[in-house]
Design a protein around this ligand. Structure first.
Ligand code: GLV
Length: 374
């Protein structure tokens, strides 16, 4: 045998990555401090120092989620991985799940739940759902859903309350324990401003009771909580067994991003996101643009949805803003495609200076993009 495929010419060129203002729904910009943390030397995923870093991460997530849950860790993967981790562990074939659909994330959860393996025994579905899924911050529609009272209602019916906080946590008040949330997850790439690739998740005692008394194994080995709990030192066992190679450099970045959030404090971060969102909304309205979410209280302060300006092609606007202003903003996603423009100002990106940049870019785009005669 001989090597017949030559080394690719493209790899001879040095890697080039542009600097961009990441004001879409995520990933958001990563500050130098977090990037530098991630550039520390690689050490083993089973080294004592790595376990210490993982333990710090766990404390940081407990603070961010406002929970005392022992079963708190970060999944190796994006928010989607945490979503599958929650569903695949908490739900067994034949059980029913109730999903609130207020945008794409509710739709996605429904799609994951109806995987062939989970649906196998559909005719035997009991009436009462074992899990209720809700996206706290729907990044596709810009809706912030209230959480109070839902946990209690779920528990009355012996149902676990599962919340997706990928687009909201850190930017909006959320109290996992007090609000009776049983499973909560997020991603690293939004308010936390860490690179995509780690996903904090936490399970209440009630959720653990169900998960660790399953009759069948979860359909994913990689996301099996029995294994993850051991790797993250959450199961009280004296030693950890190899499960997968944790992304150690991503752990360093995640730890740094949690440290930054703790330094600012949750309360200050929530207040800053709220004030900046109000300033942005007022600026948009004074330009004659309409907010997609009419009710103020239901507006997600981290991701703002603007009704796609009448007569314009939304794609031309986002392309223009990227090309001319080096700013990423985005169109709709799933059910909101064609209906909205989405602007995410999350974590370090949430500032009045950045709002002014987006407003100026939008004004310029509306002046220069083609308007059809309708
Ligand atoms: C991703 O989270 C998005 O909302 O586009």
């Amino acid at each position: 045998m001989s090597v017949s495929i030559p080394p690719p010419k493209c790899l001879k060129k040095p890697l080039t990555v542009p600097h961009r203002l990441m004001f879409g729904p995520g990933p958001s910009n990563v500050p130098a401090r977090i990037l530098q943390a991630g550039a520390n030397p690689v050490i083993g995923h089973m080294h004592e120092e790595t376990f210490e870093i993982m333990s710090d991460i766990k404390s940081g997530i407990q603070y961010m989620f406002q929970t005392r849950n022992i079963m708190t860790l970060a999944v190796s993967g994006t928010g989607h991985t945490a979503m599958e981790c929650a569903i695949f562990n908490a739900v067994e074939a034949g059980e029913s799940v109730l999903t609130a659909v207020n945008g794409i994330w509710g739709e996605r959860a429904a799609e994951m739940i109806t995987q062939p393996n989970l649906l196998r025994e559909l005719p035997k579905l009991p009436n009462c759902p074992v899990v209720f899924f809700l996206a706290h911050g729907e990044s596709s529609t810009g809706v912030l859903h209230p959480l109070d009272g839902i946990g209690e209602l779920c528990h009355k019916y012996d149902c676990l309350f599962l919340v997706d906080s990928v687009a909201s946590i850190g930017g909006v008040p959320l109290y996992m324990d007090e609000q009776g949330i049983d499973i909560l997850y997020t991603g690293s790439q939004k308010v936390l401003n860490a690179p995509p690739g780690t996903a904090p998740i936490s399970f209440s005692e009630r959720a653990c009771q169900k998960i660790f008394h399953r009759k069948t194994k979860p359909i994913s080995f990689f996301l099996d909580l029995n294994w993850l709990a051991n790797y993250w030192g959450c199961d009280g066992k004296p030693s950890r067994i190899y499960h997968h190679t944790g992304p150690v450099n991503a752990f360093y970045s995640l730890r740094e991003s949690l440290a930054i959030l703790a330094e600012e404090s949750l309360e200050n971060s929530w207040k800053r996101h709220e004030k900046v969102a109000e300033y942005f909304q007022a600026g948009l309205e004074s330009m004659g643009l309409k907010l997609f979410v009419k009710e103020r209280k239901a507006r997600l302060p981290t991701v703002t949805t603007i009704v796609a300006p009448h007569g314009y092609n939304w794609k031309e606007i986002t392309n223009y803003i990227m090309k001319t202003h080096n700013i990423e903003i985005s169109g709709g996603l799933g059910p909101s495609i064609g209906l909205v423009l989405r602007v995410g100002l999350m974590g370090c990106n949430s500032s009045k200076t950045n709002v002014d940049k987006v407003l100026a870019a939008l004004k310029d785009a509306l002046k220069h993009c083609h308007k059809s005669k309708v």
